[in-house]
Structure formats: structure tokens, C-alpha cells
Design a protein around this ligand. Structure first.
Ligand code: ZN
Length: 240
């Protein structure tokens, strides 16, 4: 944790120099500013390049996939992370940190209407969360679909890298639906992305009444909100 502004020695991203130290700085910023979920490994692979482009799409008409030293993308990332530190209370779950004596319950990895794409120790939620996921799975199962559930929280809550949220069992990442119903990742713009299926998922989630907001970048899906880094998963947050 440093208080100085993050800086780069050279360009990261498409056609960039991509020194490992610089790439790590950018990966960490994208994770904190946009919940990008990147491994901070210093390697500028397809996921990192995609996350840069996705992040830029919120403010650039033609994202170039590059983060330049002193450039606009770096300044925005740094400002966003700085603002998060300054006003951590904008997200109660983040501000609270691990609650005293927090005991969360496991969401079963596989069942009718759902499967898991993260480790069991990362899939603990509050009772309301489990209720939400169970009911949503039942609704999808009735129409022959299923969703993939990723990170929720650890059993005792607390920080779950690379997320800034996911600390108290009230946030979950879900995969968009695929046209082939296969258990795999899919992103907006992929030919196998199913808008229809994803709409069904969002409707089932919202029908429970416990959801505060869903971050996802398909403007054609009613009930979701655009947020950088959310082309390949829906970030679902419970209300209080
Ligand atoms: Zn998330």
C-alpha cells in the first residue's frame, strides 16, 4: 500500500513495452478500480488487454488498449482508486470489513440450475444470499438453464483479493449465459453470449427483491448498470 501516485516506466497494453513491474501496477489498478479480477502476475495477456479496453470503453470512443505513463487512462485509474480510499463509506460492505463473529454459510457448488466456477472456500454467503441464489437456480432450472456462480465471500468474510468488495457474503459474481449452455466463460460480443438467457437470469434475480444492484455492461438487458470491467460477469449486490 503506497500513498504516492502510481507511475509507469513505459506503456502497458497493446503494442506496449509491458515490463512486468508496470504490468503489475496496471493489473492492480484495474482490479481495484474496476473489479477486473485479474491475476497480478506482470504478464500482459489477453485478459489484461481486454480489461484495459473494457475500462477505456467507458470514456473513450475508440479504446486503444494502451496505458501510457502520464496518460489519461492511468490518471483515471489512479483517481478512481484514490477516491475509493478517500470515501470508503460509499460501499457499506467494503467499509465494514469483516464483521465481528461473521459466520457465513456455504453455497453448494453444483445443483439444479447452477454450477460453480470458483473454489468452495470462496463461496460463502449470508442467508439472504443463499436464498437468492437457490431461488434463482430453481427459476432457471424450470426453463432448462443454469448459471455459473463465482466468488461470494470467505466463511468469515474479510478481504478477498482481487476484489475490493465480496467481504461480507452479500456480493456474488455470476457468469452471463451462453447460447450453447456450456459451463464456461463468455463475454459480451462473443458469438456464444446469450442475451436472452442473461435476461432470464437477471429477471430471476430481481424477482427476489433482495438485490440492490447488478453491474453488467449489456445495455439491452433491463435492470443492470454499466460498470467498467463487467463484460464477462454480473456483479450482484444485496441491499441491506
Ligand atoms: Zn464482483
Amino acid at each position: 500500500m503506497t500513498t504516492t501516485a502510481p507511475s509507469l516506466s513505459a506503456t502497458v497494453g497493446a503494442g506496449g513495452t509491458n515490463t512486468p513491474d508496470d504490468v503489475r501496477v496496471v493489473q492492480d489498478l484495474l482490479n481495484r478500480a474496476a473489479d477486473a479480477g485479474l491475476a497480478v502476475d506482470g504478464v500482459c495477456g489477453p485478459d489484461t488487454r481486454q480489461a484495459i479496453t473494457t475500462y477505456q470503453a467507458a470514456f473513450l470512443r475508440t479504446p486503444d488498449g494502451r496505458v501510457d505513463p502520464g496518460g489519461q487512462t492511468l490518471r483515471r485509474l489512479a483517481a478512481e482508486v484514490r477516491d475509493q480510499k478517500r470515501s470508503p463509506r460509499s460501499d457499506p460492505a467494503t467499509a465494514a470489513g469483516p464483521a465481528d463473529g461473521l459466520r457465513l454459510s456455504p453455497f453448494p457448488g453444483h445443483g439444479n440450475g447452477h454450477y460453480a466456477y470458483s473454489a468452495p472456500e470462496r463461496q460463502y454467503g449470508t442467508d439472504t444470499m443463499l436464498q437468492l441464489l437457490t431461488s434463482t437456480a430453481a427459476a432457471l432450472h424450470r426453463v432448462g438453464l443454469e448459471f455459473g456462480a463465482g466468488d461470494i465471500s470467505f466463511q468469515q468474510g474479510g478481504q478477498m483479493p482481487p476484489h475490493t468488495t465480496h467481504r461480507a457474503g452479500r456480493h456474488v459474481d455470476l457468469r452471463p449465459l451462453r447460447t450453447d449452455n456450456a459451463r464456461g466463460p463468455v463475454s459480451l460480443g462473443d458469438s456464444r453470449y446469450s442475451r436472452e438467457g442473461t435476461r432470464t437470469l437477471v429477471e430471476a434475480l430481481l424477482a427476489q427483491g433482495s438485490v440492490r444492484r447488478i453491474l453488467f455492461n449489456d445495455a439491452e438487458v433491463t435492470g443492470v448498470r454499466h460498470f467498467a470491467g463487467h463484460d464477462n460477469h454480473l456483479h450482484v449486490e444485496l441491499g441491506q
